[in-house]
Design a protein around this ligand. Structure first.
Ligand code: ATP
Ligand code: MG
Length: 241
């Protein structure tokens, strides 16, 4: 067994016991408690309303590309950038992310943002996570091309760049050339963003919500257990996308 496999086996044993409320997420808490050092952790923020294969592929490709031990999905509580939009209940979005990722021992879901009152900012979340992780942990914040272009406008953007690496993946329909050119030309805020390619998947949560509200199929766009959950809870039926 490789060191990474051993770590994951220990983590599975630890989370099999009844755990108190998670500090970060069950697998990460167990890894930290077992004394894992020099962890490399990816954070995948998003609304996940609902989670889909675009998110899962981006997370898996980032895991491989940046040699991450874990990727933590962070369903947003009350996202600052979606104040004017109707977002499904945090518990439903958390549960969909959990059931979509549970069969991957390198994936986990954190309640940190959905449990926080008020508007959530990525900067505050990463600070909170860093406080709970050993100082030697490397943190990668993973986004799609659409999200990364707005990075310089994020809350405390310059501070953010000091506490995490940024990894941005390609997403059909979104171009980050201008962002990259500005970065290369040293204009304005400087961020070290590592770009990576993922097999193109033109899937969005907006499109999934629309399809469900129109009674159309979302098969093969998100895992079957998520599709069953959406049907059971009657999500996205009201047509307000
Ligand atoms: P919505 O349509 O509601 O905005 P979304 O599909 O964009 O949903 P989000 O929860 O907003 O999903 O996205 C979370 C993160 O995942 C963002 O960084 C986004 O860029 C990235 N992402 C979402 N879909 C894809 C995709 N198909 N390919 C690559 N990255 C994606
Ligand atoms: Mg989006």
């Amino acid at each position: 067994m490789s060191a990474a496999e051993e770590l994951k086996a220990d983590v599975e044993d630890a989370i099999a016991d009844d755990e108190p409320a998670a500090a970060i997420s069950p697998r990460i808490d167990a890894a930290v408690a077992s004394g894992a050092k020099d962890l490399r952790i990816g954070l995948m923020g998003g609304t996940f309303d609902p989670i889909h294969y675009g998110h899962l592929i981006a997370a898996e490709q980032a895991r491989e590309q940046f040699d991450l031990d874990f990727v933590i999905f962070l369903p947003a509580g009350n996202p600052s950038f979606k104040q004017d939009k109707k977002v499904s209940d945090g518990e439903d979005r958390y549960e969909m992310a959990r059931i979509a990722t549970q069969d991957n021992r390198a994936f986990d879901v954190s309640r940190i943002e959905i449990d926080r009152e008020g508007v959530t900012y990525t900067y505050d979340t990463i600070c909170e996570l860093r406080d709970k992780l050993p100082g030697t942990t490397e943190v990668y914040f993973i986004t799609g091309a659409d999200a990364i272009v707005s990075l310089p406008k994020w809350y405390k953007a310059d501070e953010l760049a000091k506490i995490a690496h940024f990894a941005a993946c390609t997403r059909p329909g979104y171009d980050y050339t201008q962002f990259k050119e500005a970065q290369d030309a040293d204009i304005g805020l400087q961020f070290e963003v590592e770009f990576f390619d993922v097999p193109a998947l033109a899937i969005s949560s907006t499109d999934l919500r629309k399809r469900v509200s129109e009674g159309k199929s979302i098969a093969y766009m998100t895992p079957p257990q998520v599709i069953r959950f959406i049907a059971k809870r009657g999500l996205y039926m009201d047509g307000e996308i």
